[in-house]
Design a protein around this ligand. Structure first.
Ligand code: FAD
Ligand code: SF4
Length: 504
């Protein structure tokens, strides 16, 4: 008898149960939403997905609305229920389960590499040699993904060189709803149902009661809330969108936030999709000749490479990792940024991306890393506040994924345990990878004066502040040399000291 499975709100797929008819306990806590200002569409998605799962399970599910998890668990146990739970996805939730009596905690599910497998691999290695590329190759071999016997298909593990192209030229775009977008089929969008209507009414009421406040716009739900919807979204991605994934993976278009991305992060993180199934299905597209190797390999690398690498590093690096602040960044997050006030911003890239976040609770990897995160890094914003903001503002944000991505990858607040150098970049990078700059009030090549690009000037301002701290980093040698050659550095520093964290 597997007993009753307690499901957290990010454990919603069939693979979190041991038997198709296993009884389930789910707990919805309004207090979780009252504690922090979440994006309205994130709150909607999470509640909608939980309630959809409960509806699917019908009588087998006890769905409790309670103030705290502990209260609901204790009440269930008082009724004689024998509870088990798959390891939850944050340190705080694991501690919570450990504090409760008689709840069996099973290994985590929903990831491709288990914590034990990671520990075996990481074993004696120094943290500097925990390379994503090595981790990823091992996962490919172990899971038999894109392998011909012992060798990677086409004899290569890595197709990064073929990926990472610039944005499509205007002639390569198509007009859709008045916008020039990448020439791929549009993403799959769900249709809302009565459960969504009920969630919307509840959130309106909570907000009106003053219990809960949100950031971002309400809008039609854009991301899957059930395993079946997630399969539809995956199907659409594989059917025509995946083939352009690699080439445009790093490019940005002002009129097309989605480009050829999968939009599957929220489904994977809610547990609606199993990552191993996802990559096997993507491999079939390659084997059937429907998508080129560089696109499929690029996608597989994200799902069983980066995603699992970040998941495992979250546990490996420990709960204190979140407090890292190697660059001593102490500026609070300014209100215009925290509140997604795109209209206050003139810099076209930043304004457009903040608007996308406000409207959808999602932008792809490069806007997160090279625009939003990059700006915070340059301006010296507190990494803990930025992590919390990303967590609340994005539909796919959870503690395990935000902490390593923001503290480590984006803010270099860990002093380089995940990346070899800070992801700081100037306007030249944004200009190369997007169509933002031409109509912008600023110019990416100008450092000082009215047209000075806040990213370009901010880049040098950042390097200048951290000249000494970064001087030992081999990969920063070139950029720091560049700094010594700037004739207008003094004026630039004065200008950026003055601009600081004001909306650019
Ligand atoms: P695609 O571009 O289609 O990629 C496929 C899948 O790969 C994604 O769905 C995701 O599951 C996985 N993936 C790729 N890179 C990463 C990564 N670095 N970490 C984890 N998974 C990855 N991803 C989240 O899922 N949740 C987050 O809260 C999150 N926060 C981020 C914050 C910052 C500052 C940065 C730089 C990245 C963050 N990412 C996060 C990673 C990545 O940006 C998103 O997973 C991706 O943009 C989601 O869109 P997609 O599903 O269309 O991804
Ligand atoms: Fe962004 Fe600078 Fe380009 Fe304007 S010029 S869009 S601020 S990078």
């Amino acid at each position: 008898d597997p007993g009753t499975r307690w499901l957290f709100g990010d454990q919603l797929g069939p693979h979190f149960l041991d038997a198709a008819d296993q009884p389930v306990l789910m707990i919805e806590s309004r207090r979780v939403f009252a504690r922090r200002r979440f994006h309205r569409q994130k709150a909607h998605l999470v509640l909608s997905a939980m309630r959809h799962r409960a509806a699917e399970l019908g009588d087998r599910c006890t769905y409790v609305r309670a103030d705290t998890y502990a209260e609901a668990v204790t009440a269930a146990q008082a009724d004689g229920v024998d509870l088990s739970v798959c390891q939850p996805t944050s340190f705080a939730a694991v501690r919570l389960v450990e504090r409760l009596d008689d709840v069996r905690m099973l290994p985590a599910r929903g990831f491709a590499t288990s914590r034990d497998e990671f520990t075996d691999w990481a074993g004696g290695r120094k943290s500097k040699s925990l390379l994503m590329e090595d981790f990823y190759r091992l996962a490919r071999k172990r899971l038999g993904v894109l392998m011909d016997g012992d060798d990677p298909v086409q004899g290569r593990w890595n197709f990064d060189a073929e990926n990472r192209g610039g944005p499509p030229k205007p002639a390569e775009r198509v007009q859709r709803d008045g916008a020039g977008v990448l020439d791929v089929p549009p993403p799959w969008w769900p249709e809302e149902d009565e459960i969504d209507a009920e969630v919307r009414a509840d959130l309106d009421r909570w907000a009106a009661d003053g219990d809960v406040t949100f950031i971002g716009d309400d809008g039609p739900r854009l991301f899957p809330a059930t395993a079946a919807e997630a399969q539809s979204a995956l199907g659409r991605f594989l059917d025509g969108r995946l083939s352009a994934f690699g080439r445009y993976e790093d490019a940005m278009l002002a009129d097309d936030p989605w480009m050829a991305h999968s939009l599957l992060s929220s489904s994977l993180n809610l547990g609606l999709l199993d990552p191993v199934d996802v990559v096997h299905t993507a491999e079939q597209a390659y084997r059937a000749g429907d998508a080129p190797i560089e696109a499929v390999e690029g996608f597989v690398r994200q799902v069983i490479g980066w995603r699992d690498y970040m998941w495992n590093l979250y546990w490996h690096l420990g709960d204190d990792y979140r407090h890292g602040n190697e660059l001593q960044a102490r500026e609070p997050l300014p209100a215009w940024f925290a509140d997604l006030d795109a209209d206050a911003v003139q810099a076209r890239c930043l304004s457009s991306i903040l608007r996308d976040v406000r409207q959808h609770g999602w932008v792809h990897h490069i806007p997160r890393l090279m625009v939003l995160g990059n700006y915070g890094l340059q301006r010296g914003w507190r990494p803990d506040q930025l992590t919390d903001w990303f967590h609340r503002a994005f539909v796919d944000g959870y503690d395990w994924v935000m902490v390593p991505n923001v503290v480590g990858m984006s803010q270099y607040a860990d002093g380089g345990r995940i990346t070899t150098k800070p992801y700081a970049g100037g306007g030249a990078y944004i200009n190369r990878m997007s169509d933002y700059c031409k109509p912008c009030a600023y110019s990416p090549t100008v450092r000082v004066g009215e047209k000075a690009c806040p990213f370009t000037a901010g880049y040098w301002w950042f390097l200048n502040r951290h000249r000494d701290g970064l001087s030992g980093n081999f990969r920063m040698k070139q950029p720091l040399m560049g700094l010594t050659r700037l004739s207008d550095l003094e004026a630039l520093v004065e200008q950026e000291d003055e601009r600081g964290s004001r909306a650019p």
